[in-house]
Design a protein around this ligand. Structure first.
Ligand SMILES: [Ca+2]
Ligand SMILES: [Ca+2]
Ligand SMILES: [Zn+2]
Length: 586
């Protein structure tokens, strides 16, 4: 039935029979990649994506590059004959050398290694980092159960002398993406080879969501990063300076910097902190219809073309209230005043916090702004609220599945039960939907995991589209709702459609042919839905609560189904540097 499982690096590599230092590292001759700065890379790092790579691996590598660009100053560019470079190949397992060897070197992204967090893990090795559990002081934090390790693999648990390992003055990090999980190279599948001295972290070590806070601290310290490449702005409105945003004086009202109260909480802290939890609010039950208030960002200086504005909003006033998103660009004379309306949000009777994700492009200096418009004060008992805004120069997910009341969904469902998303459309016009299994599918042997499957849906576009819909990448992400976009640890999983794949159990039908051929009629979408392909190990129930995947009891899943993986993302197109292109902090 096409359900794919996720395995971690040690399991993949030990099944491949490969024995590498620490399990997935090839050492340079001199073992002090961390301390010797001649092993440090210069940016951007030239890269080659070898033809041997799976299409999905190529897409995932580009996603990982984008994470480095957002969260550090590490950058990558296509190879153009440089002496040193990273060549990504599909070899036996997931592994890397440590540090820049100055001669061109391989990173292997083998079978089942094609996950964003695994590529991040291997790239951290290439950048000069070893495993967290090999730190000199690891015995203060974890217990290694030597008798539970597969014979011949004990070397993977070696710890290193501090003469060549530098912790960059950071504490031991159970949350590191460079930490092995409890069941690494273990003999008995249910008996761990590593346990943590603080028991709560047994369920966290080996996390493969994204970089931890301390992973980023070390990376940015080692490479003296002072700013991100694709981060521009964010605000959780917790302080009265409102992140340098500006109230327009040329309109008829102002936004209020408002402290949440019970029943009217902000989005950042949702009432969890007594003296904190501010948001911006435009009262729409006072004043006159048509009055508006514009809240603008400071002037921002782009480095790339694409932008993604994300923010949470809540409309609980009159049905006529509107929230309009604007961008104001340089008019060609250096004055930022050319207005462009990006998006209008109208009240829909739902009074809870929602997420907006708005792509746009601009290459001149600009401001973005939120204009609240009072619709009908006589019919309003509330207003317009915004919180946790962010602006990044990245691709923007546009299909958002907002699942509300998630705790009661978990409590009211059992294994095999599922919910179906709305029907989404890809940019090419393919219709698709997701099924989420809060307690996993019946066929899954994994406990405490949510499962998810992707289904093509029939639509009026089908006659115009290419079938089978092969060589396209499905990317599903679960949003960590931490207000700080740099430190979000969102889960991202993807696979690429194989045009030759058959429907499970049917040797005459291609999986990615038209849903009207492969699927069955579903009353949920009033359409044909193809058989599902996805993951039994999507997200654990523990992870749901460890990170801010749930806030206001809402879960947000981003879903994309796109082709042209090579050109879609990542190719670094710097905006021509202007006089204002100075480094900005984050
Ligand atoms: Ca807030
Ligand atoms: Ca104003
Ligand atoms: Zn590793």
């Amino acid at each position: 039935d096409g359900g794919q499982l996720r395995k971690d690096i040690p399991e993949i590599n030990s099944e491949m029979g490969r024995k590498l230092f620490e399990g997935d590292i090839i050492l340079p001759l001199e073992r002090n990649a961390l301390r010797n700065s001649s092993y440090r890379w210069k940016f951007p790092i030239p890269y080659i994506l070898a033809d041997s790579l799976d299409l999905n691996a190529k897409g995932v590598i580009l996603q990982a590059f984008d994470m480095f660009r957002l969260k550090s100053c590490v950058d990558f560019k296509p190879y153009e004959g440089e002496q040193t470079y990273l060549k990504f190949e599909k070899l036996d397992g997931c592994w890397s050398y440590v540090g820049d060897l100055q001669s061109g070197q391989t990173v292997s992204i083998g079978e089942r290694c094609d996950y964003k967090a695994i590529v991040e893990h291997e790239l951290l090795h290439a950048l000069g980092f070893y495993h967290e559990q090999s730190r000199t002081d690891r015995d203060d934090y974890v217990q290694i159960w030597w008798d539970e390790i597969i014979e011949g693999f004990a070397y993977a648990f070696d710890k290193h002398n501090d003469s060549f390992l530098d912790d960059l003055n950071t504490p031991y990090d159970y949350e590191s993406v460079l930490h092995y999980g409890p069941y690494s190279f273990n003999i008995n599948s249910n008996v761990p080879s590593i346990t943590t001295k603080i028991p709560e972290f047994n369920e966290i070590i080996g996390q493969r969501l994204d970089f931890s806070r301390i992973d980023l601290l070390r990376l940015n310290r080692m490479y003296n990063c002072t700013s991100s490449l694709t981060f521009l702005d964010q605000c959780s409105f917790e302080y009265i300076n409102i992140c340098g945003m500006v109230q327009s004086g040329q309109d008829s009202a102002n936004w209020d910097h408002t402290l949440g109260k019970p029943g009217d909480e902000d989005h950042t802290l949702v009432g969890n902190c007594a003296d904190r939890g501010y948001f911006m609010h435009l009262d729409t039950k006072t004043g006159h219809a048509g009055q508006s208030a514009l809240l603008e960002s400071r002037i921002l200086y782009p480095r790339r073309k694409e932008k993604c504005l994300q923010f949470f909003y809540r409309l609980n006033g009159s049905p006529q209230d509107k929230l309009v998103i604007w961008v104001k660009k340089d008019d060609g004379t250096g004055s930022v005043r050319r207005m462009q309306k990006l998006h209008t949000i109208t009240a829909d009777g739902e009074h809870h916090w929602k997420l907006a994700s708005i792509p746009f492009s601009v290459q001149t200096k600009f401001r973005y702004g939120f204009q609240g418009i009072r619709g009908d004060p006589a019919k309003s008992a509330g207003g317009i609220a915004i919180d946790d805004t962010s602006l990044t120069e990245t691709n923007c997910p546009t299909n958002i599945w907002h699942i509300r009341n998630f705790t009661s969904l978990l409590n009211s469902t059992t294994k095999g039960d599922y919910i179906i998303s709305p029907v989404f459309y890809s940019s090419e016009g393919y219709a698709f939907a997701l099924q989420l299994y809060p307690h996993g599918r019946n066929s899954s042997s994994y406990m405490n995991y949510m499962g998810i499957t992707f289904h093509l849906c029939s639509s009026p576009n089908d006659g115009l589209l290419e079938w089978p819909a092969g060589h396209r990448q499905v990317v599903l992400s679960v949003l960590d709702q931490d207000p700080d976009v740099i430190h979000r640890m969102s889960l991202s999983l993807s696979f690429t459609t194989d045009p030759n794949q058959l429907v499970y159990g049917r040797n005459d039908t291609l999986q990615w042919d038209k849903p009207s051929v492969t699927g069955s009629f579903s009353p949920y979408c009033n359409c044909y839905m193809s058989p599902g392909v996805g993951w039994n190990t999507f997200l654990t129930h523990r992870e749901l609560h460890w990170k801010k995947f749930l806030k206001n009891d809402s879960l947000f899943i981003f879903a994309d189904f796109e082709g042209e993986i090579q050109s879609r993302s990542a190719i670094w197109v710097p905006v021509v540097p202007k006089a204002f292109a100075v480094a900005r902090g984050n």
